[in-house]
Structure formats: structure tokens, C-alpha cells
Design a binder for this molecule. Structure first.
Ligand code: ADP
Length: 663
């Protein structure tokens, strides 16, 4: 239903209701007053007629009565008149026959009167309290009804005219409104179809005109916004295209394709940022690729190593095992999960009896292994018969690198070298030892010859013989000691660490070497602390080889100097804060500064070919290191000074400690 029709119908309905109400009220008011007047008139007519006929009724003068009725009926309004006696007998009557034919019934209201268009009323004729008769009369209601009908007609006509005017006005108003609204509707439709340029005509200055202005403004704003959006969309599309190109580059880079050139790196917008970030990504990918290559090379390099390498992360988990490690430890690895730790590896090794060093207290041994000092090498035995030189290196940000070198053959060769070196030393010392042995032998020979001479002269002096025999015994003991020293020194090293007494070792080696040094006029002096035994852990015979080697070097240095003779001073201090400290100083002129840092390198020698091997100090260095100590060299006084620092053994030496004398 159109807005215009709704407007017209709405207004018409209101108008109709209002008019109906007005007519109803009007009719009600008009009807009320007209019928009231009619009733009044009927009542007053009855009273007047009563007065006029009262005498005739009292006198029962029927002729006068008829005449009076005849006269009264001259009024058009009066339909009938009747006079009855008090006992109801009709004394006289006149008027319309049909009205007279109906039995009298007083009308209580206008509505009952309307049924026959006559108001029926009655009135008693009373004189001084006595009723002489009753007057019944009927008054026509037609005039009043006609009046009311005429009024209704006029009301309806006025209402119809009013409604028509309102309908015309409603139609006009509706037309104007719908015209304006249809403009708006058309505009809205244009906008809905995308024509944001559309503007609607603005008529007048009312609210609709305002609405039209707002609509036009809205359309303009929408149009401008659309233009902005369009340009932004175009920009975005262009950017999307560039982004697509860069993303394509990224995809190629992530597939490690070579020769990818990233465009737009010189742009100053987000595309440029993205392009530059892609170049960074490309570089990072190349770096990653290179790192992967390097890692691969590193892994294959590690795999080429005979040395076992295992890398554990900061939380202890295994990161890398090289081929040598995997091959050597295959049986242990088979019992471990993928992500084992160094601790688990050691535990599994102990469980498989792979580490004889662990002994019975494996937990303590494992704990010690895990708490090992960074970079400190340690030899451990590996069942059944291997010796591994292991190092644990802490690497920042990585964890721990555990490496192990199989030094079984090396140690074997070293022992052989030491043995050979010892034999060489023994050979070197042979002259001195022979000289040393000659002395007691000479004394024995002299004593025996003196005894023989006494016997030949039959001089059997028991005291003399006893003294000579005791002397021979003493000298034999001395010779036996020297030979014992040589035997012990000549023994092969067994590779077992035991506690031994530095005091005894120093005394014995100084005794052994002294005679030999004396042949070159070199005096060997030993200065020991008054108390303490300087117990250390190690292999005594190998340690003694270190001392003899140092004495030999001192002797060679002194011998190489012009003019014969010199001194070698041996000093010992036990239980210092650094442990037991030994110093071997000589007057051999010292070591040139240029070679000081090469002294302990294997095969470094300044001696003539055939005389020096260059192994003495390097073997000594390894021996002292294996005992947990350190040997250093510097120049002091007239010559070189070698300092040996050894940790004090935590074990007290008992009576069962093997002693030279017991050999
Ligand atoms: P070798 O004695 O066979 O040369 P070493 O390893 O024992 O091998 O010694 C290496 C070198 O150290 C010697 O050749 C020598 O030059 C130097 N050296 C060792 N001890 C002394 C010393 N007491 N005085 C001066 N130089 C020394």
C-alpha cells in the first residue's frame, strides 16, 4: 500500500471517527431536547385540557366535552383525545381512529413513543382532592422525528464535505510527501547500484528537503570515500603483486635455489623493507647452508679421527658421536637410549666392566669423572687391555666435548724408550759404578791379602782377623747396595701407581749418580728436610729415571763448559702449600732463552748427533704429569734450575712399603 494511500486512509478514518462522534453527540443532544420539549408540550396540553373540561366532567356534560375535544383536536400535533370516568368508562373521545383503536398505554420514554410515532400520556382531573376523571391524549412525534432526521441529514452532509476536503488535502499532502520520498528512493536505488555520483532534487525548505540535502551530502562523501578506497585498492593490488614476486623469491631461496635476485630492495616503503628482509633471509640461508656444509665437513673430519670424540649438550644430552667413538663403544652404546648422557655412558660402561679404574666404588669414580677439571688429560684403563688418554673440554654454549685417544701403543713405546734410556744411563754410569765398586773390592782385596800374609807368617791374631772380616763384610754390603740400586733401576716399569717415599728415592739416586759425576769433577749435593718422608703416588722406577736424566743433563751442561768441574744441588721441601717441591740446580751456564719453551718437546736436543736423543725431558714431563705434578725449567744463579712439584699422597706409608734395602 502506498504512503499516499495510507495517508489518505488514515486521515479519512480519523475524520470519519470524529464526524461520527460529532453526529452522534449532536443527534443525542438534539433528540434529547426535542423529545423533552415534546413531553413538556404534551404535559401542558393535558393540564390545559384538564382545566378546560373539568367542569363538564364534574357535570357529566358530554356535549360540551365533545365540543371541547373537537376544538382541541384542531391542533395538528394532537393525534387523539379521550376522557374517561374514574372507573374507566370513556366519556368522550376524538382524533385518529387507528390511534383510538389501540388500548391506551402511557409512554415512559421517547423510544416507546416512536414505535407508533405518538406520545401517549394521561392526567387525572382532580378538584380539591377528588378525581372526577382521566384525560388520555396522544401527541404526534413525527414533527420532532422529522426535525431530528433533517438535523442528521445536515450533519452527514457537513461530515461528507469535511471528509472530502480532508481527503483532498490528504491526497495533496501524500502526493507531495511521496514525490519527495520517491526522489530519495530513486537516489537510494542509484547508490545501491553503485552510482555514487547521483544527487536528488531539493525542493522547498522542509524536513524532507533537509533529508534530501543530507542524502546528497552522504552520496558525495560516499563517492569521495569510494575514490579513496579505489586508489588504496589500486595501491594494494600493486603492492600485492610486488609482494607476490618477493614471496616467490623467498620460496626459491628456502629451496636453496641459486642465483635468486630479490627485486625492489631500493624502495623506501614496506615492499622495500620486505625485499631487504628477504635479502637478509637469503644471506642467512646461505650462511646456514655454508654452516651445514662446514658441519658436514667437520663431522667427516671428526669421523676421520682415530681419536674418539663425543659432544654432550649443556643439559648433558648427547649431541654428537664420531665414528671412532661409536665403533669403540658399540657394545656399551647398544645398551643405552638414543638421548643418553655422559653419566649414563659411564654407568653403562661400569656395568659392563669396561672401566677397571672404577674399582669397587663405581659411583665415586663416575662422580670424579663428571667433575673433572676442564682440559685436564687423564689416562683411564679400558677393558680388556687399552689405555685411553681422555680430556673433557667445556665449550661455552655447547656443553662438554669428551675425547679419548688410545695411547696403549704410545705408553708401551714410552716404557720401552724409558727402559732403553735407563739402560743407556746405566751404561753411562758404568765407569762411575765400576769406580764405586772398585773401592770396596780394593778394600776387601787388601784385607784378604793382609789376612793371607798373617796366615803365611803363622800370626793368628783372632782380633785382627775379626776386624778384617768385619771390614770385608761392610765393604761387601756397600758393593751389594750399589748392585741392588742398579738392579732396581734396571727393572721394567709395571704401570702401577703406588705410594713411595721421595726422601728414599732422592737418596738412592744421588748415591747412584754421585760416583759417575765425580769422575768429571762434578759434585752432587742433596739437601733434604729434617722431617717428613714426602710420600707421592707414582711409579718409583720411572720417577727415578727422571732424576737421573736431570742429573745427566746437568752433568752434560757442566761438562760442556770450559774448565772442568761444577756442582749439582738437589733440594727438597715436603708438604708446602703447593705439595712436595724438588729443585735441581746446576752450575752448567743455564739454558738459552730461545730454547726455554721448547725444552719439553720430544726430540728437542742441542747435543751432538749420537749423544742426545731429545727425549729425556719430554718423557720426564709426561711422567711428572701422570703423577699429577708439574716440571718447569728456568735459569737461576750459574745455571739451570728444574722445579718438580708433586701432590702429596693421601696414603701413609706403612712398613710394607717396598724399600731398596729389601730388594
Ligand atoms: P737430550 O739430553 O737427549 O738432549 P733432553 O730432553 O734431556 O734431551 O734435553 C733437551 C735439551 O735441553 C738438551 O739438549 C739441552 O739443550 C737442554 N738442557 C737440558 N737440561 C739442561 C741443563 N741442565 N742445562 C742446560 N741445558 C739443558
Amino acid at each position: 500500500m502506498s504512503f499516499r494511500l495510507k495517508t489518505i486512509l488514515g486521515i479519512a478514518m480519523i475524520e470519519l471517527t470524529v464526524m461520527a462522534l460529532l453526529i452522534a453527540i449532536n443527534q443525542f443532544a438534539l433528540g434529547g431536547s426535542a423529545t423533552a420539549q415534546l413531553y413538556q408540550r404534551a404535559e401542558s396540553t393535558a393540564r390545559v385540557f384538564s382545566n378546560a373540561v373539568s367542569d363538564a366532567v364534574i357535570a357529566t356534560d358530554l356535549a360540551t366535552l365533545d365540543a371541547t375535544i373537537e376544538t382541541a383536536l384542531g391542533s395538528e400535533e394532537l393525534t387523539y383525545l379521550r376522557v374517561r370516568s374514574p372507573d374507566g368508562i370513556v366519556l368522550s373521545e376524538g382524533g385518529a381512529a387507528d390511534a383510538l383503536a389501540v388500548p391506551f398505554q402511557r409512554d415512559a420514554s421517547f423510544d416507546t413513543a416512536r414505535t407508533d410515532h405518538v406520545i401517549d400520556i394521561d392526567l387525572a382531573i382532580t378538584v380539591e382532592g377528588t378525581t372526577f376523571g382521566v384525560i388520555e391524549l396522544g401527541l404526534s412525534t413525527l414533527a420532532v422525528e422529522e426535525e431530528i432526521a433533517a438535523a442528521l441529514r445536515w450533519n452527514v452532509i457537513v461530515a461528507m464535505i469535511g471528509m472530502s476536503l480532508v481527503a483532498v488535502f490528504g491526497y495533496g499532502l501524500g502526493s507531495i510527501l511521496t514525490h519527495q520520498l520517491s526522489g530519495l528512493r530513486q537516489g537510494a536505488r542509484e547508490i545501491a547500484t553503485g552510482n555514487l555520483e547521483c544527487q536528488i532534487r531539493v525542493r522547498g525548505g522542509d524536513e524532507l528537503a533537509d533529508t534530501a540535502l543530507c542524502f546528497n551530502e552522504m552520496a558525495r562523501t560516499l563517492s569521495q570515500d569510494r575514490a579513496v578506497l579505489q586508489s588504496q585498492r589500486n595501491t594494494l593490488l600493486a603492492k600485492k603483486e610486488r609482494v607476490g614476486v618477493i614471496v616467490d623469491c623467498m620460496r626459491q631461496i628456502s629451496k636453496n635455489e641459486d642465483g635468486v635476485t630479490v627485486p625492489d630492495t631500493d624502495r623506501s616503503d614496506e615492499i622495500g623493507d620486505m625485499a631487504r628482509a628477504t635479502v637478509v633471509f637469503q644471506n642467512a640461508m646461505q650462511a646456514v647452508e655454508q654452516a651445514r656444509h662446514e658441519q658436514q665437513r667437520l663431522i667427516s673430519a671428526f669421523d676421520q679421527l682415530d681419536e674418539q670424540v663425543a659432544i654432550f649438550g649443556t643439559t648433558g644430552e648427547v649431541l654428537f658421536l664420531n665414528r671412532a667413538f661409536r665403533a669403540f663403544n658399540q657394545p656399551i652404546l647398544e645398551t643405552l637410549p638414543e638421548d643418553f648422557t655422559l653419566e649414563l655412558f659411564l654407568q653403562a660402561g661400569c656395568a659392563a666392566d669396561a672401566f677397571p679404574d672404577a674399582g669397587t666404588n663405581q659411583a665415586v669414580w663416575i662422580k670424579d669423572q663428571l667433575a673433572r677439571e676442564h682440559g685436564t688429560p687423564q689416562e683411564i684403563k679400558r677393558a680388556p687391555d687399552r689405555i685411553l688418554l681422555t680430556v673433557q673440554t667445556d665449550v661455552d654454549g655447547v656443553g662438554v666435548v669428551w675425547s679419548a685417544q688410545d695411547v696403549t701403543e704410545l705408553r708401551h713405546n714410552e716404557h720401552q724408550l724409558i727402559q732403553a734410556s735407563k739402560m743407556a744411563t746405566l751404561g753411562e754410569m758404568a765407569t762411575g759404578i765400576a769406580h764405586e765398586l772398585n773401592q770396596p773390592l780394593g778394600v776387601i782385596r787388601m784385607a784378604a791379602s793382609n789376612c793371607v800374609k798373617r796366615i803365611e807368617k803363622d800370626k793368628f791374631d783372632a782380633e785382627y782377623f775379626k776386624a778384617k772380616l768385619l771390614r770385608m763384610g761392610e765393604q761387601t754390603e756397600r758393593a751389594s747396595q750399589i748392585i741392588n740400586h742398579m738392579r732396581v733401576f734396571g727393572r721394567k716399569a709395571e704401570g702401577t701407581m703406588e705410594p713411595f717415599d721421595l726422601r728414599a728415592s732422592l737418596t738412592e739416586m744421588v748415591t747412584l749418580a754421585r760416583a759417575q759425576l765425580q769422575t768429571l769433577d762434578v759434585s752432587l749435593k742433596l739437601s733434604l728436610p729434617e722431617a717428613g718422608d714426602g710420600t707421592v703416588m707414582g711409579e718409583k722406577v720411572i720417577f727415578e729415571q727422571v732424576l737421573l736424566n736431570l742429573f745427566s743433563n746437568a752433568r752434560d751442561a757442566i761438562d760442556a763448559q770450559e774448565g772442568r768441574g761444577g756442582t749439582v744441588q738437589v733440594e727438597a721441601k715436603f708438604d708446602t702449600p703447593d705439595g712436595h717441591v724438588l729443585r735441581i740446580m746446576d752450575s752448567g751456564g743455564g739454558i738459552p732463552d730461545s730454547v726455554l719453551d721448547k725444552l719439553f718437546e720430544p726430540f728437542f736436543t742441542t747435543k751432538e748427533p749420537g749423544k742426545g736423543t731429545g727425549l729425556g725431558l719430554s718423557i720426564s714431563f709426561g711422567t711428572i704429569r701422570d703423577m699429577g705434578g708439574l716440571i718447569t725449567a728456568h735459569n737461576a744463579g750459574e745455571g739451570a734450575c728444574f722445579t718438580i712439584t708433586l701432590p702429596a699422597a693421601q696414603v701413609a706409608l706403612g712398613d710394607e712399603t717396598p724399600a731398596i734395602a729389601a730388594e
